[in-house]
Ligand binder design. Structure first.
Ligand code: FAD
Length: 603
């Protein structure tokens, strides 16, 4: 991707979109940009031209929200394509006289978003009924800055600059030049030949934490989106994979994942390693370093691409030792001083402000210090391993195992000045198709197991945390045993993201599930917002279960779930038993020790 070239892709029925697209292409020339003007159908057969591109779409709607004729074949090809690192914006043309105003541009936007393309400038819909120019003119006027920003550099991350106030501060400081020097753990040399192993060959057992089974290659049998597509909800998918291992209800597994292709290549480019990306390198440990201190996940023979793609966490927050290393490799003295300052005691507050509080990635950190070029193998030793991600089994099927995952759209949580960074594993999983392979292993069970009879079960789950309970209830149903079960679920909306609701209702009508309580945090008419509210509202019923000796399970991805639910159980217990909250805590603590209060919380 060059920092000048971009695509203008149009789909036009009457010629209006084409004319606007031509105008954008022409105007961009005077700004020093190079637009390639193409009609949608011209890209069919070469859809990979969308990869690592910046594209401006101008399309209209025809009929009942259909694509224009010269866009139809592109539209159907796009359904089978997942463009890598596509940044786009879209101007839609429609006519509010028709019932489906802007129907097609809306569908195109949805599909592009689902395919992982990133919008770099606001989507707008112009209405022919009131005059297209009312929207088109200001939209084009506002396009150029975000377009230039999207084109700036080839990075999938924002290019950052150091804050002037920090630089000013540095000039008044006496930077401590006696900071410890970074210690190189390995000597390395590149070999002539390429590194030919394919993932996960060569990876070692240290990347399989908490393993209870061995690593197996599994085929994805099915993938389904469980939630309504809406900006209000997280996308949740159910996936089924084949396995020859024996899983039980309450089990979870580790899934090996890989870093995003565009991030890996951005980093390789930034480190000037594009030419050597697949070359084999060989590491020799420094003899002065005790073998047990050498990071075990670092492969002694590997290639920069393989190491960055499959073995290292390139998103980890930079530690001070890494800053010291980077400081040693800055050509610009001021940049080096700044890094030294940030890694010093005095610089802690600024380090937090500049890097940690913004969760800067390594790439973003490097963009702050353009003159810094650390040697690859020194960098290696500062990056932690890329850990597998864990998922709970939601159902044991005839051919394998099902699980659900949320697409993490931004690891930074809130939308701020920095662009969204999607979760590594969930965004990779989201791109996989049925028939693709994954590498998984069964994880040690931490005590989350259904128990039949014995007082019954109170299962509390929020978000994807309800998933294990489907397997629990299947187990109860298959056993035909008399077992009292209560399920308390928490979601945002009953209609949009309440996963497995139908299945739970069926269990209820079949008598497998006796009490099914629901909380919806965003439905205005819901009587309970959070699972804790359900516990409070149905305190008497909950206490009946606890008095009969029910086991309590708490699972989920919601922040504060564990604490909130624990507090509510204590409060309900304290009120019902007329004991102090401290005594109630003691009761829960005993339940925990006896394995009668189990938690699996993952955020
Ligand atoms: P990463 O790149 O690892 O980024 C995660 C970071 O993003 C977190 O540190 C957090 O700060 C932030 N973040 C923002 N929103 C979220 C969010 N909604 N979820 C997680 N992190 C968020 N996940 C499931 O979806 N389904 C499961 O059944 C499931 N079971 C689990 C069982 C166990 C025992 C454990 C330990 C975890 C489980 N998880 C489950 C969580 C899962 O392992 C991953 O953490 C999750 O998919 C995010 O991984 P990622 O690589 O996409 O994100």
């Amino acid at each position: 991707m060059s920092d000048k070239k971009f695509l203008v892709i149009y789909g036009s029925q009457t010629g209006q979109s084409e004319a606007i697209a031509e105008r954008i292409a022409l105007d961009s020339e005077s700004l020093g940009l190079e637009a390639e003007l193409v009609c949608g159908e011209e890209l069919v057969g070469e859809m990979d031209r969308l990869d690592n591109q910046v594209a401006v779409f101008v399309v209209s709607s025809t009929g009942e929200g259909d694509p224009p004729e010269n866009f139809e074949s592109f539209w159907s090809a796009l359904h089978d394509t997942t463009p890598q690192n596509l940044k786009y914006t879209l101007l839609g043309l429609g006519d509010s006289n028709y019932t489906e105003f802007g129907g097609f541009p809306n569908s195109l936007k949805q599909l592009l978003d689902e395919a992982g393309a990133k919008s770099f400038y606001e989507y707008q819909l112009a209405d022919d009924q009131v005059g297209l120019e009312l929207v088109v003119e200001p939209w084009i006027e506002g396009l150029w800055d975000p377009l230039k920003q999207a084109l700036s550099g080839t990075s999938s991350f924002l290019s950052l600059q150091l804050d002037q106030s920090l630089l000013d501060k540095l000039s008044n400081l006496d930077i401590d030049r006696d900071l410890p020097k970074s210690k190189q753990m390995f000597q390395y040399e590149f070999c002539k030949e390429d590194f030919t192993l394919s993932f996960p060959e060569g990876v070692n057992k240290f990347i399989l934490p908490f393993a209870a089974g061995s690593l197996e290659k599994s085929i994805i049998l099915k993938k389904t989106c469980l939630t309504e597509r809406s900006e209000k909800t997280k996308e949740t998918y159910e996936m089924e994979f084949a396995t020859s291992d024996v899983y039980g209800p309450g089990d979870s597994f580790g899934m090996l994942c890989e870093n995003r292709e565009c991030e890996v290549w951005d980093l390789l480019k930034r480190l000037k390693l594009e030419d050597k990306a697949h070359k084999k390198y060989s590491l020799t440990p420094d003899p002065s370093i005790k073998p047990h201190l050498l990071p075990k996940h670092i492969l002694r023979q590997c290639s920069p691409y393989y190491a960055l793609k499959y073995t290292l966490d390139i998103r980890s927050l930079p530690k001070k030792a890494l800053l010291v290393l980077l400081a040693e490799h800055c050509v610009d003295k001021r940049e080096g001083d700044c890094l030294r300052y940030l890694s010093s005691k005095e610089g802690s507050k600024d380090l937090n402000e500049v890097i940690y509080s913004r969760s800067l990635t390594l790439l973003e950190l490097l963009s702050l210090f353009p003159s810094c070029l650390p040697p690859f193998c020194s960098l290696l030793q500062h990056l932690p391993r890329l850990t597998p991600r864990y998922y709970s089994v939601s159902r044991l099927s005839e051919h394998g195992v099902k699980f659900v995952f949320n697409h993490v759209t931004n690891i930074r949580g809130t939308v701020g000045e920095l662009p969204a960074v999607p979760g590594v594993c969930s965004s990779w999983l989201r791109e996989l198709k049925e028939g693709d392979c994954v590498y998984v292993y069964r994880r040690k069970n931490t005590g989350l197991k259904p128990v039949l009879g014995d007082g019954g079960m109170v299962m509390v789950g929020a978000g994807t945390g309800v998933a294990p309970y489907l397997a629990f209830l299947d187990y109860v149903a298959q056993s035909n045993a008399e077992s009292k079960t209560m399920l308390i679920t928490g979601n945002r909306y009953e209609k949009l993201d309440s996963i497995y609701r139908e299945e739970f209702l069926k269990f209820q009508s079949d008598g497998v599930l006796q009490s099914y309580l629901t909380a919806y945090s965003r439905d205005a008419d819901s009587t309970c917002c959070y699972v804790q509210d359900c516990i409070k509202q149905h305190a008497q019923l909950v206490m009946e279960y606890l008095d009969e000796g029910a086991r309590v399970y708490v699972c989920g991805d919601a922040k504060g779930l564990s604490v909130g639910v624990h507090e509510m159980f204590c409060s309900v217990l304290s009120e019902s038993k007329c004991v102090s909250v401290e005594e109630a805590k003691e009761i829960i603590s005993c339940m925990r020790k006896e394995g009668r209060y189990c938690e699996d919380i993952w955020s």
